[in-house]
Design a protein around this ligand. Structure first.
Ligand code: NAD
Length: 295
């Protein structure tokens, strides 16, 4: 049993914290929002009065915040000072690689340990304990974090040193965004050539164009009954989250001066998609904008 402070009880954090309790850990939770704290109490979690209170006495601190700014503010705003020396900070929010490295340096300078451990798998994965964790940090800290991550996820990958969990996440989502756009373009092109959705699906799902954006998140209704297209593009993975992740990818592309034209274009297209009602729709809904000539 590990004494864990879990901070950030939103869509992802609350079910993740509950899975740690289920696995027998002693969890004290906190969120800055009253409604999130109340939902946590209703779900049976022990909730502290503040982040600092939650952290005092914890062996491990897990953060699941919206963005990097929240992480750096919280680390510097009392969490690092309140924690006992040598506390392991597991940072699971999706944040920029350079922010993850800055958080790591702050934690180390305060006498603590830190790994970045962003996730994929969405709310369903958080609820079912089937998230994938991409971890950046030392071998020793990864091994210390692993049993806790296993209580919340089913695939735990050590990607390398500090920040490299976030690097893997940003690269994966850039591939995903580009492939979701081109799968949408292919279905629209097929429509205009007289090709039925089912026929295109039957060919590509068994051919070299096969990918997750087609075989799981198929952007037209019919071929994959569980894909968001069958429920008017209810997420799934919302356009706003994809736009956020591509913003992090763009930052990394610029910082490393990488010639990533497709990644840059995907960022532009999803920023436009998420500036309208695409923010709340599954990101595969970009096919509607492609069909209507709005991208
Ligand atoms: P969310 O906005 O639902 O939850 C974040 C919570 O953090 C909020 O309740 C907020 O009040 C709280 N918070 C902010 N600052 C805090 C502080 N200092 N102390 C305590 N609580 C604080 O977001 P989410 O959907 O749960 O996502 C969390 C992170 O996971 C994000 O970085 C997101 O990009 C990433 N992510 C989300 C999904 C998804 O499907 N929702 C999938 C993969 C990764």
């Amino acid at each position: 049993m590990t004494r864990i402070a879990f901070l950030g009880l939103g869509h992802m954090g609350l079910p993740m914290a509950l899975n740690l309790v289920k696995a027998g850990h002693d969890v004290v939770a906190f969120d800055v929002m009253d409604a999130a704290r109340q939902a946590a109490v209703d779900a049976g979690l022990t909730v502290a009065e503040s982040g600092v209170d939650a952290v005092a006495g914890a062996e491990v601190v897990i953060t699941m915040f919206p963005a990097g700014k929240h992480v750096l503010d919280a680390y510097q705003g009392g969490l690092l000072d309140a924690a006992a020396p040598g506390t392991l900070f597991i940072e699971s929010s999706t944040i920029a690689v350079d922010e993850a490295r800055a958080a790591h340096e702050l934690a180390l300078a305060a006498g603590h340990r830190n790994v970045d451990a962003p996730v994929s798998g969405g709310v369903v994965g958080a609820e079912n304990g089937t998230l994938a964790f991409m971890v950046g940090g030392s071998d020793e800290d990864f091994e210390a974090a692993r049993p806790l991550l296993e209580a919340m996820g089913k695939r735990i990958v050590h990607c390398g040193g500090p920040g490299l969990g976030q690097a893997a996440k940003v690269c994966n989502n850039m591939i995903l965004a580009v492939s979701q756009i081109v799968v949408g373009e292919a279905f629209v092109l097929g429509e205009r050539l007289g090709l039925a959705h089912e026929a295109l699906y039957d060919v590509v799902s068994q051919a070299s164009g096969q990918c997750w954006a087609l075989s799981t998140n198929c952007p037209v209704p019919g071929p994959v009954p569980t894909s968001p297209a069958n429920r008017d593009y209810q997420p799934g993975f919302a356009g706003a989250l994809m736009a956020k992740d591509l913003g992090l990818a763009l930052k990394a592309i610029e910082q490393t001066d990488t010639d990533a034209k497709m990644g840059r274009l995907a960022q532009e297209l999803y920023a436009a998609f998420a500036s309208g009602d695409g923010a709340g729709r599954d990101f595969s809904g970009i096919i509607t904008d492609i069909r209507d000539g709005r991208v």
